[in-house]
Design a protein around this ligand. Structure first.
Ligand SMILES: *[C@@H]1O[C@H](CO)[C@@H](O)[C@H](O)[C@H]1NC(C)=O
Ligand SMILES: *[C@@H]1O[C@H](CO)[C@@H](O)[C@H](O)[C@H]1NC(C)=O
Ligand SMILES: *[C@@H]1O[C@H](CO)[C@@H](O)[C@H](O)[C@H]1NC(C)=O
Ligand SMILES: *[C@@H]1O[C@H](CO)[C@@H](O)[C@H](O)[C@H]1NC(C)=O
Ligand SMILES: *[C@@H]1O[C@H](CO)[C@@H](O)[C@H](O)[C@H]1NC(C)=O
Ligand SMILES: *[C@@H]1O[C@H](CO)[C@@H](O)[C@H](O)[C@H]1NC(C)=O
Length: 632
């Protein structure tokens, strides 16, 4: 048990008389310890039942030079005098009755100590008066952790049984001693041996050493300001008990220690109101606020101010007010390339910028919401266009694209609002449009599907309507464009005769150059491709000529037709265009007999008698077809 209670030096008043004439050292008291009744009277205590006249203490001091010393006690002016001292021997005698309940527990007085040249005046304050033995609590050490401040010895005595001490200490390593209480019992033996223990429920966070009174944080416990800020620990000091005026008496004292946990910067800021979703509409003005994030310092005790920043993801489109956390859009929404932006926003504590634990980040999702306010629109090479024309030769290859058409279609809306279908309305099955479904923008391609139908001889112009109609919008905005296809002719037709064969008759003896028959062939192609040249050939064609452009067949100027020699001719006629496309037809010509011969009788016929006026029967041996009777 501790009984050595040194008076703190701060409580001494040394009155030094400086002697300039002669070197002299001040007298001093012997310090024989608090338990001694001989010495400097430090921490002197006295039981209230002490009888008046008792010699309670002996002041004991000396002078370095060996000069004789004298002792004295003074009380404050007007205060009751309790003690007297023998000037030469230092015997201190109680001269007034002590009553703890009535009188102050502390009695202040001064011990005067002097010799021939100088004197020391020592204030001995306080003197403790107890009922029978003294018990007081004294905090020894208080650590402020973690901090640069070294452990501070506490030099104030706590005399009242219930000292409430406000201790500000920060998060303290487990097991470290945070505080030491000390009870002093001036009794000796078991009556003066003190045990310490804790009384209240917070014993589960703190422990006290039975013997030393050192208070510690229990192993495994971490004090966290964010969870509990104050603890009340009631410590009990109890002596071993002893005799007082014949009775066994156990004394105890309790003191409540209030432990205030001090906050430290151990918690990063916390975003409140997460998750964050913001929307930018197409008509949102540049600079408008989209969403505001709020973070607070997790350290609630002395929260730092927060500043906000966008770490990434804004792509120059968003800004944050570093003080308020308001995020605003700084680009025109139509220039926002993405539909969804994921911003990483950081909240940092001002003053702890470099500390990893002092910032936190969150994701802010900003969706760019499109309004369906644009129809699909067709563009030509120089802006919007509603009519597109192209000229091409008939019968292009199937699968070929109409290269002459440069059509772009786009819908400035976004997402589903910009999805539309393309249709080609007009004569079916001839062309096909690609693509059929467009998102935002596309080059329109028109592909030949049926070449045969693209015939200049049928249509010289083909007209279609190109339709773009939104698919998924309630408005179903649409646009149309006219597609006009001018066809150019090609020599795609061969001449065609009006008949596969021609039959003609010509009397014999027709003069040379007589017309026989006219043939006609038609070629619908335009220009020279439709101009035909007729020729004839074949074995029977020698006697005939054909006019190359009119198709009139006539006899050679020199030709003499004689049915008797050859009454039938057969040859071919050819109609040919400028590129040699041709077709053939057959021509059959019969030469009609005329009476171009005098009758000649054969020997046997001439022998017959001919009577004019009477029918003559002539038998012609070779000519069966024609019987001519000539009257002479
Ligand atoms: C005074 O104290 C000193 C030092 O402890 C001791 O040697 C001496 O005997 C004491 N004098 C008296 C008169 O008790
Ligand atoms: C003080 O003590 C001394 C020696 O013990 C004694 O002779 C003297 O009488 C005492 N004085 C008083 C006032 O009790
Ligand atoms: C000390 O405090 C406790 C609790 O506050 C109280 O019960 C007790 O009476 C007090 N003791 C004294 C001596 O004031
Ligand atoms: C950051 O904060 C932690 C917790 O308070 C502290 O231990 C650490 O020393 C700090 N670091 C800096 C660089 O301030
Ligand atoms: C916050 O922004 C203001 C003005 O934009 C600037 O002056 C200030 O330095 C910024 N604060 C921090 C902590 O970045
Ligand atoms: C649509 O296309 C035209 C022509 O290519 C272009 O000028 C315009 O910027 C486009 N609009 C959008 C929203 O892409």
């Amino acid at each position: 048990m501790k009984r050595e209670c040194r008076l703190p030096t701060s409580l001494f008043l040394n009155l030094v008389h400086v002697c300039l004439v002669q070197a002299n050292y001040a007298p001093y008291f012997f310090d024989n310890g608090a338990s001694s009744s001989n010495g400097n009277m430090a921490l002197f205590s006295l039981s209230e039942d002490t009888a008046v006249g008792t010699h309670v203490y002996t002041l004991n001091g000396t002078d370095p030079e060996g000069d004789p010393v004298t002792y004295g006690i003074t009380f404050e002016a007007g205060a009751r005098k309790y003690f007297a001292v023998d000037e030469n021997y230092g015997n201190v005698t109680l001269i007034a009755e002590l009553d703890r309940e009535v009188q102050a527990r502390r009695i202040c007085f001064k011990i005067l100590f002097s010799h021939s040249f100088r004197s020391d005046l020592v204030q001995s304050c306080p003197l403790l008066v107890t009922s029978s033995h003294l018990l007081f609590l004294r905090p020894l050490h208080l650590w402020l952790l973690p901090s640069s401040i070294p452990p501070l010895p506490i030099t104030v005595f706590a005399f009242r049984p219930n000292s409430t001490l406000f201790l500000d200490f920060q998060n303290t390593p487990v097991g470290s001693s945070i505080f030491q209480i000390e009870a002093v019992d001036r009794d000796t033996g078991s009556g003066g041996s003190i045990n310490y223990f804790l009384q209240n429920i917070h014993t589960n966070k703190f422990t006290i050493d039975r013997h030393s009174g050192v208070l510690r944080i229990k192993t495994g416990i971490n004090l966290d300001y964010e969870k509990a800020r104050t603890f009340f620990v009631t410590a009990v000091a109890k002596d071993g008990g002893g005799k007082l005026r014949g009775n066994h008496k156990v004394y105890s004292a309790t003191t409540t220690i209030t432990i205030n946990v001090e906050d430290i910067q151990d918690t990063p800021p916390i975003f409140v109101g997460t998750p964050y979703y913001g929307y930018v509409y197409e008509d949102t003005l540049v600079g408008s606020e989209v969403i505001t994030v709020v973070a607070i310092d997790g350290d609630r005790g002395k929260p730092n101010d927060i500043y906000y920043s966008i770490v990434n993801g804004n792509e120059g489109s968003f800004e944050i007010n570093n003080a308020t956390g308001a995020i605003s859009v700084v680009k025109s929404p139509t220039k926002l390339k993405k539909e969804v932006y994921e911003l990483k926003v950081q909240a940092s504590e001002i003053g702890s910028e470099d500390n990893e634990t002092a910032h936190t980040s969150t994701t802010v999702i900003i969706r760019v919401v499109d309004l369906n306010n644009h129809p699909p629109t067709f563009y030509g090479e120089s802006g919007t266009q509603n009519q597109f024309e192209v000229t091409l030769y008939e019968h292009p290859l199937e699968g070929e694209t109409l290269r002459g058409l440069k059509i772009t279609v786009n819908d400035s809306d976004q997402g589903a609002n910009a999805k539309f279908n393309l249709h080609l309305v007009g004569p079916g099955g001839i062309f096909r449009v690609v693509p059929q479904t467009v998102l935002n923008e596309a080059q329109v391609t028109i592909i030949v599907e049926n070449s045969a139908a693209i015939d200049y001889e049928k249509f010289q112009d083909l007209t279609f309507k190109l339709l773009a109609v939104e698919v998924n919008t309630p408005e179903k905005f649409s646009s149309t464009a006219d597609i006009v296809i001018h066809l150019l002719d090609t020599n795609d037709n061969i001449p065609k005769f009006s008949s596969d064969y021609y039959i003609a008759k010509i009397p014999e003896n027709s003069p040379g150059g007589s017309n026989v028959v006219a043939v006609t062939a038609i070629d619908p192609d335009s220009g020279l491709w439709g101009e035909l040249k007729y020729t004839i050939y074949g074995t029977g064609a020698d006697l005939f000529l054909i006019h190359p452009s009119t198709g009139i067949i006539y006899t050679q100027p020199w030709a003499i037709l004689d049915a008797e020699i050859n009454s039938k001719y057969h040859f071919f006629v050819k109609a040919e265009d400028i590129e040699g496309k041709h077709s053939l037809a057959e021509v059959f010509i019969t030469v009609l007999d005329v009476n171009d011969h005098s009758p000649e009788f054969s020997e046997n016929i001439q022998e017959k008698t001919m009577i004019i006026g009477s029918p003559v029967k002539v038998e012609v041996g070779f000519c069966m077809e024609v019987c001519l009777t000539e009257l002479q």
